[in-house]
Design a protein around this ligand. Structure first.
Ligand code: T4K
Length: 402
């Protein structure tokens, strides 16, 4: 419903723009019949987990698709990160961005490795190699870069620092399945790359993840580690954990892969609808994709300049939530402002000016196969209306509070 007056806004008692809540991260489902057929097959064969047929097929398809020698499927992206970090022998300190999902930092701290937070580049939102080198100490053993929202890191910049200081280089590619760096699909960069196949991700396995690498020794180590260290029946040769993906997850993953083009087309259409309808809204900038690269277009992220727009990011989010649009403040407030890091390093923000600035300004909006172009037009119209009427809205906020 088009909002004409500010009293039409749900925050002032109007009817919400949407009856059903629109979420960021609504899962892509793909071929439901195909999934159910595979689940029946799993039940018929009574092979539910432990390197089953579908997990092996899923791993092979991913490795072929990404052009990488090994794909090791795991139960989620966080455990995949933990295992990759351990298999690479990282310890002491590892340099990571703070502007990321908390799992990127937790996978280190969980094994008593100190995450040292590094600032990001304002243009790409990825770890800034120029700030990074200053953080290296004799205890530093690795760099963990994040291809945030599918945009690749400055890989060459990071590689050269890693080489110079003899550091391991791992990438958190949780957002980057189907995205490329310099024309080559992400998956074989650094020593290893980690994907998440969580329900909210472009390719999903309900819960799931994988590590990809061209390093045969590392791959073998991770295969052992994710299966308690078993090298054969009754023979444990390594410290391990349970990081295995189950067969139903792999079946879902295969259906996701089969619907790859459909998901991309849909995300691409949505992205362009947002671009078209938000361009020109004062104080607001849609994060654009570099269309010379392959992209999954999975994330619609806007940056809001409160001074120009007349309304802050947080005020806009409150208004959108009332309209049943569950916009998210990813990745606010930055890992360094969450526990335990906030208590350990209360002054970390002093070295993270871009992280501090951007985490106050970004909003993720709904996209994916669960949303229509008309929904997007309504969301954009609403945002444009709020910005246009920002001074009236703010005065009403204040007078209503008095
Ligand atoms: N590294 C990075 C850079 C990551 O972004 C992530 C995960 C990881 C590592 C770790 O990978 P995993 O261990 O998760 O595989 C969500 C996801 O749970 C998380 O996977 C994701 N990143 C993160 C960015 O977003 P929350 O805490 O925001 O989730 P939640 O429950 O608020 O759900 C997000 C939205 O999705 C909600 O608005 C509802 C909607 N949703 C969610 C689920 C699960 C649905 O509509 N249906 C669903 O089934 O973390």
């Amino acid at each position: 419903m088009k909002k004409q007056r500010i009293s039409d806004l749900a925050i002032f008692g109007g009817k919400p723009a949407f009856n059903d809540t629109l979420h960021v991260g609504r899962p892509n489902i793909g071929n439901r019949e195909g999934l159910l057929e595979r689940i029946n097959d799993i039940l018929d064969r009574r092979w539910l987990t432990n390197r089953g047929l579908y997990v092996r097929e899923f791993e092979q398809r991913i490795a072929d698709f990404l052009g990488v020698r090994h794909c090791i499927a795991m139960c989620n992206g966080t455990v995949a990160l933990e295992i990759a970090v351990r298999a690479l022998g990282m310890k002491g300190e590892v340099i990571v961005p703070s502007f990321t999902f908390i799992a990127t930092a937790h996978c280190l701290q969980w094994q008593e490795i100190t995450p040292v937070f590094c600032d990001i580049d304002a243009g790409t939102y990825t770890i800034d190699p120029a700030s990074l080198e200053r953080l290296i100490t004799p205890r530093t053993t690795g760099i963990l870069g994040v291809h945030l929202w599918g945009r690749s890191c400055d890989v060459e910049g990071l590689e050269s620092i890693a080489r110079k200081h003899n550091l391991s280089l791992l990438f958190d590619a949780s957002h980057a399945f189907g995205c490329s760096h310099r024309g080559k699909l992400i998956g074989s960069l650094g020593d290893a790359e980690v994907f998440s196949f969580h329900a909210t991700k472009f390719v999903n396995t309900f819960e799931g993840g994988a590590v990809t690498t061209n390093d045969d020794g590392l791959a073998e180590k991770m295969r052992l580690m994710k299966n308690f260290g078993f090298a054969g029946l009754d023979n444990v040769i390594y410290l391990g954990t349970n990081g295995k993906m189950n067969e139903v997850s792999a079946a879902m993953g295969l259906c996701s892969l089969e619907a790859f083009e459909e998901f991309i087309d849909c995300n691409y259409r949505n992205y362009h609808a947002y671009l078209e309808n938000l361009t020109g809204v004062t104080g607001l900038r849609l994060r654009t994709y570099d269309e010379r690269e392959a992209n999954n277009f999975q994330y619609i992220v806007i940056e809001i300049d409160a001074d120009e727009a007349g309304i802050s990011r947080d005020e806009l989010v409150v208004i959108l939530h009332k309209e049943n649009i569950r916009a998210r403040r990813y990745f606010y407030p930055g890992c360094h402002r969450m526990e335990p890091y906030r208590s350990y390093y209360p002054n970390a923000g002093l070295l993270l000016p871009e992280t501090e600035r951007l985490s106050q300004r970004m909003i993720s909006l709904p996209t994916g196969t669960a949303i229509t172009i008309d929904d997007i037009k309504d969301i954009c119209q609403l945002i444009a209306f709020v910005v246009e009427e920002s001074s009236q809205i703010k005065s009403k906020f204040i007078s209503d509070e008095i």
